[in-house]
Design a protein around this ligand. Structure first.
Ligand SMILES: [Zn+2]
Ligand SMILES: [Zn+2]
Length: 255
C-alpha cells in the first residue's frame, strides 16, 4: 500500500489537523461559554492569547509523532490499527476504547504527579498553571517539555494495543472534549451525574478545577482511580457562578 504523502508531508498535515481541531473545538466551547456564562472570560484576553500561543506550539509537538505514525501505518503497515471491523470480535471495540483511556489516564496521572515536584514543575508544568483560572483555550496550553510527554502516548499505544480506526477516532474525540471541558470554568455535565455514581469514578471539570485551585492533588485525566488509590483525591471543587465571575469557592487552598 503506497502512501499519498511523504513523511514530512504527513507530519505537516497532522500538525495542521491538530491545530485546526484545537481552534475549532476550543473556539466552539468558548462560544458556548459566552452563551451560557456571559462574562466568565471577561478581562482574560491576555491570558487567552497566551493559551492559544502555547496550544498552537503544542499542536506541532502532537502533530509530528502522530503524522510519522500515520505515515508508517499507511505506507508500511506499522501499528496495530485495523480497518476491517471483523478483524477482532465486536465486543473488543468498546473494550479497546476503555483500554486506551485507562492506559492514557495511568500515564497522565504519574507524569502529571511527577511534574508537580518543585523542580520539574518550574521547567515543565508551570506554563499550564499560569492560567488562573484556565479557559476553554487552555486545553493544550503546555510548555513544549510537557507537550512531549502528552504527544507520545497515543502514537506509542497504537503499536501495543490493537484498535479499530473508528474506535481510535472516538478515543481522540473523548480526549479533545474532556481536555477542553475540564478547563472551561463551568460544568457541562448534569449535577446528578457529577455528584452521583459516575462522578465518583470519572473526572469532569468540577474535579479538575480543584487541581488548578489547590496546585496539588486531583492529578488524574479521565478516572479518579489512581487519585483515590494513592490518597491524592481532593474531592470535587465548586464553581461559584452567582456573580458571573470565575471564582471557585475553595480558592483559599491555593495559598
Ligand atoms: Zn498540574
Ligand atoms: Zn489542567
Amino acid at each position: 500500500m503506497g502512501s499519498a504523502l511523504p513523511l514530512w508531508g504527513s507530519a505537516l498535515a497532522m500538525t495542521i489537523i491538530v491545530g485546526g481541531r484545537y481552534l475549532l473545538t476550543s473556539g466552539a466551547f468558548a462560544a458556548i461559554t459566552h452563551a451560557v456564562r456571559p462574562g466568565l472570560y471577561a478581562g482574560m484576553e491576555r491570558q487567552i492569547r497566551r493559551e492559544i500561543g502555547w496550544s498552537l506550539a503544542s499542536a506541532a509537538i502532537y502533530g509530528i509523532p502522530a503524522g510519522i505514525v500515520a505515515w508508517g501505518w499507511q505506507a508500511d503497515g506499522w501499528t496495530q490499527i485495523y480497518s476491517d471491523i471483523h478483524a477482532y470480535s465486536l465486543w473488543y471495540l468498546p473494550l479497546s476504547v476503555l483500554l486506551y483511556l485507562i492506559a492514557h489516564d495511568t500515564w497522565f496521572y504519574w507524569t502529571h504527579r511527577a511534574m508537580h515536584a518543585p523542580r520539574l514543575f518550574r521547567i515543565m508544568h508551570a506554563v499550564h498553571h499560569e492560567s488562573r483560572p484556565p479557559t476553554a483555550w487552555a486545553a493544550m496550553s503546555f510548555h513544549p517539555w510537557e507537550a512531549i510527554t502528552g504527544a507520545i502516548v497515543i502514537p506509542a499505544l497504537v503499536f501495543l494495543i490493537p484498535i479499530h480506526v473508528a474506535a481510535l477516532g472516538l478515543v481522540l474525540t473523548i480526549m479533545t472534549i474532556m481536555g477542553i471541558g475540564n478547563h472551561m470554568g463551568w460544568e457541562m455535565f448534569p449535577r446528578a451525574f457529577v455528584h452521583g455514581i459516575f462522578g465518583r469514578a470519572l473526572i469532569t471539570a468540577t474535579h479538575h478545577q480543584k487541581h488548578h485551585d489547590a496546585y496539588r492533588g486531583n492529578y488524574g485525566l479521565y478516572f479518579r482511580f489512581w487519585d483515590r488509590l494513592c490518597g491524592t483525591d481532593l474531592g470535587l471543587g465548586r464553581f461559584d457562578a452567582a456573580d458571573g465571575q470565575r471564582r471557585a469557592v475553595d480558592r483559599g487552598a491555593r495559598k
